[in-house]
Write a protein that binds this ligand. Structure first.
Ligand SMILES: Cc1cc2nc3c(=O)[nH]c(=O)nc-3n(C[C@H](O)[C@H](O)[C@H](O)COP(=O)(O)OP(=O)(O)OC[C@H]3O[C@@H](n4cnc5c(N)ncnc54)[C@H](O)[C@@H]3O)c2cc1C
Length: 325
């Protein structure tokens, strides 16, 4: 028995691209379902809470250049979900109070099913059907696929080989991210983030120095969180190493680089972002849709590895589907 078409648009991915596509679908009065394999909204715009600490362990800040993204950011800022963070860059913004609050703001009111990993896409004359390991998840008129390129390529190779080939041309750099929680009486020593293109430490910041967190009184703080992100070359060279070893190595490198002697952290962990930053975008910035006008690709990997690119790509994909009728 064929499942009924339940949605005008299905979107794989609740990252910035998927949420922008959902917003464009809502503006066109289309019914939408977003599915994502992760536990939380936002994809690589991520925040982890652990042992009373908060770590923004994915994207660190964003900038807005395109007028429409500037308008979206202004809206988020008015809602309190974004704040200026000039120490990260003259026009840098960050999620408030955490990075994940930006996607949470964008996704308000959108029907989103997290912890749903799509394993197969099926198309027929009428619709697109998404499957997970247990069977049919949803059936809709159109699909916007915003998974990172290697995952998109796998999902598309049987159903849309041309789009799969496009996805196959994008390349990424990985990023190991160390997270360290210290007791609250250990105050963060340096106000500005550390930034390097090479060497083990590519970026490091004390979470208390984010604008919205530094505003909290000391009494409200659970402790001081430090995020250390490895530079691309170091992350590539150590990609398959054990995360506990990487966490220790990055903390040692941070201390070496800053000359600080830190106490033993109460919380220590490392997250491996296998597909962190796009190094080669797959397309020329133009939308990519299937010949039958049912499936559109989106994601930072079509334009360039930034939050703004992801957002623009998601919106562009939805508009391309609408134009295709
Ligand atoms: C460590 C790090 C630091 C960064 N720093 C910055 C920065 O400072 N500034 C900046 O602008 N950008 C930064 N970026 C890049 C930025 O995070 C990305 O460009 C942007 O978030 C990508 O959004 P997206 O929607 O294209 O992809 P994603 O955020 O990756 O979203 C794709 C979603 O698809 C889901 N998905 C994948 N496969 C499936 C499946 N089979 N079924 C269901 N769901 C699936 C994933 O769970 C994910 O949520 C950084 C990224 C990383 C990792």
């Amino acid at each position: 028995m064929t499942t009924q078409i339940q949605h005008d648009v299905l979107i794989i991915g609740s990252g910035m691209a998927g949420l922008a596509a959902a917003d464009a679908a809502r503006a066109a009065s289309l019914s939408t379902l977003v599915v994502d394999k992760g536990r939380r909204i936002g994809g690589r715009v991520a925040t982890r809470r652990a042992d009373g600490f908060t770590f923004n362990h994915g994207a660190q800040f964003l900038t807005a250049r395109h007028p429409d993204f500037i308008a979206a950011c202004d809206h988020a800022r008015q809602a309190g979900a974004l704040a200026d963070w000039q120490v990260a860059g003259r026009d840098a913004l960050c999620g408030a109070p955490t990075m994940r609050d930006l996607p949470a703001h964008l996704g308000a009111g959108v029907e989103i099913r997290q912890t749903t990993e799509i394993t197969r896409i099926e198309t027929d004359a009428d619709a697109v059907t998404l499957h997970d390991r247990d069977g049919v998840v949803a059936r809709g008129q159109h699909l916007v696929l915003t998974a990172p390129a290697p995952q998109a390529q796998r999902l598309l190779q049987d159903v849309e080989p041309d789009l799969a080939a496009t996805a196959g041309t994008a390349t990424y750099a990985p990023c190991w991210t160390g997270m360290y929680g210290f007791d609250v009486d250990m105050l963060p020593p340096a106000a500005d983030p550390i930034r390097h293109d090479n060497g083990p430490v590519g970026w490091a910041v004390w979470e208390d120095h984010r604008p919205s967190l530094s505003a909290a009184s000391a009494a409200d703080r659970d402790g001081a969180g430090l995020v250390v992100q490895a530079a691309p070359d170091w992350s590539t060279a150590h990609l398959e190493e054990d995360s506990a070893d990487v966490a220790q190595a990055l903390l040692a490198a941070y201390q070496n680089q800053t000359g600080l002697e830190l106490p033993t952290p109460r919380y220590i962990s490392a997250h491996r972002w296998r597909y962190a930053r796009v190094t080669t975008a797959a397309a020329d910035g133009a939308a990519r849709i299937s010949a039958d006008g049912r499936i559109a690709l989106a994601g930072d990997w079509l334009i360039g590895g930034r939050i703004e690119s992801a957002w623009l790509s998601g919106r562009q994909a939805m508009h391309a589907l609408l134009d295709a009728g």
